[in-house]
Design a protein around this ligand. Structure first.
Ligand code: C2E
Ligand code: CA
Ligand code: CA
Length: 641
């Protein structure tokens, strides 16, 4: 008879209890996956406890009734294998592979059924476990089948993880490999050394692994505040969609967050944000979702309590927030912008809802805003997503075109440059304006690829055409500030210019001023621009006058050209005061020795005014609309002197 060592099982029980305590103390976002994980822990605990019971039934079978001897062993072994099956289910729920649904369910039921039949028939068949005539506990010829079914479940789980590995981060991949490897090794060890019942302990330890990687509350928590994160938000919306029940999103934005950061420092601003989160969590008795550092969303089951919700949010902001600045304690008052989005059982998924939330957050500056026309919002979001797809497709299949709009040099009275403008045509949607798809691409990150495509096409055009001979000195290419997140951009552009033998001074990059740039991004932008500038590329500020940070850009960034926004010109043609502003702006730019381009020149009258004010370059429909490369060359030939 074998001698067993129960210490491993005691350790397993101990470990699992600790894990259960940690799990329930650190309240986490509740998911189906989390529930399966709890089942796994409970199963591990019970099977370890039963395992200890089996030590006694095996060692002293004569003390207990025979049915108990059998039952404790049967249930223990079944629960042990159930762990493998539950793990398979866990992986299935976690990776959500609909096509695996049926094979996984069949395997789960099959394994449990086969194990049960083998175990519960064994007192008669002696196929797996039995007590012989001397009451000695023994293994039958099909005992190995029990191990094999566990192997099968774990292997399937490993297979699903392997095909879904892209969903995981590095640590999660490590955890899955660790879990599966650990269980495999311990099962093999178990087969070879039945006396050392280490499998339960291994499972308990592996559960810690899973906990720290997949069940970690940090996975669903926003870094700085005690709120749920975007992942949790998407899941919650998904649950509502599945249930088809109405809900309301109370979206709260801290007003003037940029000012908070610049006046009190980033640390203090983040601290205030986390205090806002605490107050909201308390007021609504549930955890809010952090959408960004200064935006929160609370999802409520009941619709039509708007008044009450607004009051509750207001209460959270009435008391000032305390922060410390250089040993001084300051009281900071913060205003709330509240947006209510009632959703009446609409078919909206998480990503769409996120987009709606952003749209609503960015729209209207009203203190309190109720989004009523959800259908329109959904339509807009659908269109945005479709356009995102079309853009992705166009990137893959090289379906973008670049048009050129000639720019008139007023001093030399000829066309010495042009602006490259991207064009996208879709079979279904027709012509899609860059005004529409560029912002979408900036959000999705597709802008990097688009920027490279345009730049390459411009290089190609300059190399293969005789535009230089026709008097063109440089071509203006639009550069989105979003593209300047990555320092590599200057290398990429430089390499392309080398490839096509394009001189840096043949390119001028137009950079748009945006109000929403964080200080760190402005620094990076300055770095990148200086880097490129040192290599000989020139820059201009685009849309000057339409935003806020213009003057700041003019002072800090290495720009040679300033392009005045067409809106400013058009307004000046309507309104004498706006004309004074325009003329003074032109004077100011001339004083600091920058060249001036004005876009949107549509009439002779506009051109006359601008030329007499001393503008260097004019661009607009008066001369030409943006046209395809061939047509542009034709235009140059006609106007070349
Ligand atoms: P933008 O850089 O301000 O470009 C000038 C826009 O004004 C162009 O619109 C041009 O067609 C239009 N325009 C020029 N003269 C006139 C005129 O006399 N009358 C009128 N009504 N319009 C005129 P487009 O091509 O639709 O481009 C819109 C915006 O899309 C651009 O504004 C730019 O911000 C962005 N964009 C276009 N191509 C690119 C690109 O390759 N990269 C990036 N990042 N953005 C681009
Ligand atoms: Ca431009
Ligand atoms: Ca413009």
């Amino acid at each position: 008879m074998l001698k067993y060592y129960p210490q491993y099982c005691q350790a397993a029980i101990f470990a699992t209890i600790i894990l259960l305590i940690i799990y329930f103390m650190k309240q986490n976002y509740s998911t189906k996956q989390g529930k399966v994980f709890v089942l796994l822990m409970v199963d591990c605990l019970i099977s370890s406890a039963l395992n200890i019971l089996t030590f006694y039934t095996i060692s002293f079978p004569e003390r207990y009734p025979m049915w108990l001897n059998y039952l404790s062993n049967q249930v223990y072994l079944l629960l042990f294998n159930l762990m493998a099956v539950l793990f398979l289910y866990y992986v299935d729920v976690m990776t959500k592979r609909p096509r695996m649904l049926i094979p996984v369910r069949v395997a789960m039921v099959g394994i449990l059924l086969a194990d049960s039949v083998l175990l519960f028939s064994s007192p008669y068949t002696h196929l797996t476990i039995y007590f012989d005539e001397n009451l000695v506990y023994s293994h039958g010829p099909l005992m190995i089948t029990l191990y094999l079914t566990a192997f099968l479940a774990i292997s399937m789980a490993a297979g699903i993880c392997a095909v879904s590995w892209k969903q995981f981060n590095a640590y999660q991949v490590f955890a899955v490999v660790g879990f599966v490897g650990g269980v495999f090794v311990s099962l093999i060890f178990q087969v070879m050394h039945p006396a050392y019942v280490i499998s339960n302990l291994t499972c308990a330890l592996m559960l810690f692994f899973l906990y720290s990687s997949f069940e970690n509350p940090a996975y669903y928590t926003y870094n700085y505040t005690r709120c749920f994160n975007r992942r949790a938000f998407l899941l919650t919306i998904h649950k509502y969609k599945k249930k088809g029940s109405p809900y309301e999103i109370v979206a709260v934005k801290m007003a003037d967050f940029d000012n908070l950061v610049s006046s009190f420092g980033q640390d203090n601003a983040y601290l205030i944000s986390s205090k806002v989160a605490d107050r909201l969590n308390l007021a609504f008795k549930k955890r809010a979702y952090c959408i960004s550092m200064n935006c929160f969303a609370i999802i409520c089951d009941s619709v039509d309590q708007s008044g009450d919700y607004v009051e509750r949010v207001r209460d959270c902001f009435t008391d000032a927030f305390q922060v410390e600045k250089e040993t001084e304690v300051l009281k900071v008052a913060v205003d709330a912008v509240i947006k209510l989005i009632p959703i009446d059982a609409q078919d909206i998924d998480g990503l769409e809802m996120e987009e709606i939330l952003h749209t609503v957050m960015d729209s209207t500056s009203d203190d309190v805003f109720v989004a009523e026309d959800i259908e329109q919002l959904v339509k807009d979001v659908h269109r945005k997503r479709q356009i995102g797809r079309i853009v992705g497709d166009a990137i893959k299949n090289n379906r973008f075109e670049v048009y050129y709009q000639p720019i008139y040099n007023t001093k030399e009275q000829k066309f010495t440059s042009s602006e490259a403008l991207i064009r996208l045509k879709d079979q279904e949607f027709g012509f899609i304006s860059p005004e529409e798809f560029i912002p979408i691409a900036e959000r999705s990150g597709q802008i990097d690829a688009i920027g490279e495509i345009v730049f390459r096409k411009v290089c190609e055009f300059m190399k293969s055409s005789d535009c230089l001979a026709l008097g063109v000195r440089y071509i203006e290419v639009n550069l989105s500030p979003v593209q300047c997140r990555k320092m590599e951009i200057s290398e990429t552009f430089y390499d392309m210019m080398k490839e096509y033998e394009i001189r840096p001074e043949w390119i001028n990059l137009e950079i748009t001023e945006t109000a929403e740039m964080e200080p760190a991004s402005v620094l990076r932008l300055t770095d990148i621009m200086n880097q490129m500038h040192n290599k000989g590329i020139t820059f201009s500020i685009d849309d000057f006058g339409s935003g806020f940070a213009a003057i700041d850009y003019l002072v800090k960034l290495p720009v040679e050209l300033v392009k005045i926004d067409k809106g400013i010109l058009w307004q000046a043609m309507e309104d004498p005061i706006a004309m004074i502003v325009l003329k003074n702006t032109i004077e100011m730019i001339k004083t600091i020795d920058r060249k001036i381009v004005v876009e949107g020149v549509e009439t002779e009258e506009m051109a006359d005014i601008l030329i007499s004010s001393g503008c260097d370059y004019l661009q607009g429909y008066l001369y030409s609309k943006p046209v395809p490369a061939e047509q542009y060359l034709e235009f140059l030939k006609q106007h070349h002197m």
